[in-house]
Design a binder for this molecule. Structure first.
Ligand SMILES: *[C@@H]1O[C@H](CO)[C@@H](O)[C@H](O)[C@H]1NC(C)=O
Length: 212
């Protein structure tokens, strides 16, 4: 989209922010996002991390290839909480904060961060999500659990994320929020953390340090 003052201000009136994952803590805007997507996108994203992809995209001045909105709204691991370690079968409670409701559909899935593609079927799916005329909203729109399957290729930080994705037909906007995680490979021959195969990478805890 060509950027003009008119489109910018009409978009601003739509800045009805939508939502993000608040628990576990999700990817957030920071210096790495700013470097990839520019000052203006950073300013919009940091003022309203809940905002739609389309708004962030529309205010980019000089996008670099690193500014890729198809993956986690282009938010960067370097700006975000350390990945959580989830073994197959882990039940992960998730809380979403929705600030404005725009009817759409939504899903939660595991995505491969290199390709942006989903790994397997959605872990949670809503045919109608955040209906603006729905009262009261279904509790599972903002509070639900997913069971983590066995996944391959999610051993390292930055390989995979759990992504909440909402397509709101009502506003033609997309809302996305991502939580990074790793699933260390099961190492055969590693019993009680002793033995030759015990070289698994130590997972980071849920409250690990932010990366620089
Ligand atoms: C979410 O809750 C609604 C309303 O109770 C229910 O109809 C729907 O099946 C639930 N969705 C899932 C994926 O469990």
């Amino acid at each position: 989209m060509k950027f003009t003052i008119a489109t910018f201000s009409s978009l601003l009136t739509l800045v009805a922010s939508h939502g993000i994952i608040v628990n576990p803590p999700a990817r957030a805007p920071g210096p790495a996002f700013k470097e990839a997507c520019g000052e203006q996108a950073y300013s919009v994203a940091s003022k309203d991390p809940y905002g739609p992809i389309q708004l962030w995209q529309s205010v980019m001045e000089n996008p670099t290839p690193a500014c890729d909105f198809s993956s986690c709204k282009s938010l960067k691991l370097a700006d975000s909480p350390a990945p959580l370690a989830w073994a197959p079968g882990s039940v992960v409670p998730i809380q979403i904060d929705i600030k404005a409701r725009h009817t759409g559909y939504a899903k939660v899935e595991i995505i491969d961060l290199k390709t942006g593609l989903a790994k397997g079927k959605p872990l949670f799916y809503w045919e109608v999500y955040a209906g603006s005329t729905e009262a009261p909203p279904a509790a599972n729109e903002t509070d639900f659990s997913v069971t983590i399957p066995e996944v391959h290729g999610c051993e390292k930080a930055g390989d995979c994320a759990l992504q909440w994705w909402v397509s709101a037909a009502e506003t033609t906007q997309t809302y996305v929020s991502c939580v990074d995680f790793v699933q260390p490979k099961k190492v055969p021959g590693c019993m009680d953390k002793k033995g030759p195969g015990c070289k698994e990478e130590k997972p980071h805890g849920p409250h690990g340090p932010r990366r620089e």
